[in-house]
Design a protein around this ligand. Structure first.
Ligand code: 13P
Ligand code: SF4
Length: 370
């Protein structure tokens, strides 16, 4: 076999807490023969090691295809958590970012959870350090603490609820209906959007996603004028001026469903372009356009692709299964403290299956298209 193994020494030496470091760790593309060989090797190892591959929609298309071809799953962060918890395999290989591996481990402590690269992180997680977050919570003891899935286990250990983009709106609405005030972290755009939709009393941490924060409202308006029949699909981590123009606001799964079930021919997609792989497979005749980021004639500041998601490569899948490197460990008592807020979300979603429907419009009441 070709020796295209993942170099874990680079992982230990360099870290990947900046986007530059993350991109530097993404190896050059493989040729077709190397890709086929690694796919076969990974499939054999998954079987031999009683392992299942759980991939996020933003990772490389080869990994998504491998997950589906080997009985695994490609999903949003909520479904990844549920699938990993319920699957009987003794090892979960999580292709995504660190918080996804940690959530899998918190829910399934007896399973071995491996990641192709443990340093694949997320700007929301990085931007919400546990100590500062704990001080924020201490200062507001009267509020229910609701954290987005994109946080560390230590932050979740301080929370009453964890939510993902697919159920955040319904859960905050539920808290509001109970007369509760909310402390929200870390995504400021998602928090603001939920606040506007529900009218809940929310105190917001000011984090953001470096991918979605780059989508531009003005350029989107121009693109919509060029394609008047197009439906605009937006992930709620995007800025207000972008969300306000959306026909559908939702999680990755909800946006995918909108393309598959939608009657329009053309869709403008305001999320990481990794999702286009699955959209093209499930809606082959439809036209997909990327929502604009830096704008016409700007230098390429953003390419609508998460560098930490891009660190997940076939070589990493093979190497973690072969060597056991890249194992996610969540020490006690953090694990058991973080479990409560995740289980509360899963119980809520089970009891309210309708809560997973994507809102059809991002139009902000009393504000209009910002
Ligand atoms: P989803 O929960 O929609 O999959 O989003 C996760 C994420 O990281 C989006 O940037
Ligand atoms: Fe985090 Fe944004 Fe990457 Fe998702 S796309 S993992 S929110 S940095």
């Amino acid at each position: 076999m070709t020796a295209v193994l993942y170099d874990y020494t680079r992982q230990d030496a360099r870290g990947a807490s900046t986007t530059e470091q993350a991109w530097a760790k993404v190896p050059p593309p493989l040729n077709p023969a190397e890709r086929a060989e690694l796919r076969d090797r990974a499939a054999t190892l998954l079987k031999e090691r009683d392992a299942v591959l759980v991939a996020h929609y933003y990772v490389d298309g080869d990994l998504q295809d491998l997950a589906l071809a080997t009985g695994g799953m490609v999903a949003d962060s909520l479904e990844m958590a549920r699938f990993g918890r319920d699957h009987p395999a003794r090892t979960l290989v999580v292709a995504g970012v660190r918080f996804m591996g940690e959530t899998a481990k918190i829910l399934s402590p007896a399973k071995r959870v491996l990641m192709p690269d443990l340093e694949a992180t997320c700007s929301l997680d990085l931007g919400c350090p546990p100590d500062a977050f704990a001080a924020f919570c201490d200062a507001h003891p009267d509020r229910q603490v609701v954290v987005y899935a994109n946080t560390s286990a230590a932050v979740k250990a301080r929370a009453d609820w964890m939510v993902t983009s697919s159920c955040a709106l319904a859960i905050v609405q539920h808290l509001k209906d109970q007369g509760r005030k909310v402390l929200w972290a870390p995504d400021r755009h998602l928090g603001r959007w939920i606040q506007e939709q529900t009218g809940a009393d929310m105190l917001l941490w000011q984090g953001d996603c470096i991918v979605h924060d780059e989508f531009k409202g003005l350029e989107l308006e121009l693109l919509r004028r060029e394609h008047p029949g197009a439906l605009v699909l937006v992930h709620p981590e995007s800025p207000r001026s972008v969300v306000a123009q959306a026909d559908v606001v939702g999680s990755t799964t909800q946006l995918l469903e909108a393309v598959v079930k939608g009657s329009a021919q053309t869709y403008i997609v305001g999320t990481d372009k990794g999702l286009m792989h699955r959209m093209r497979q499930l809606a082959p005749g439809k036209t997909l356009l990327e929502a604009p980021t830096a704008g016409v004639s700007a230098t390429c500041k953003s390419c609508a692709h998460c560098p930490w998601m891009a660190m997940n490569v076939l070589q990493g899948v093979v190497a973690c299964l072969e060597t056991g490197r890249g194992e996610v460990l969540v020490p006690e008592p953090v694990r058991s403290q973080a479990l409560g807020c995740i289980e509360r979300m899963l119980d809520f979603v089970k009891a309210h299956p309708g809560s997973l429907a994507a809102p059809r419009s991002g139009f902000v009441p009393n504000v209009g298209v910002a």
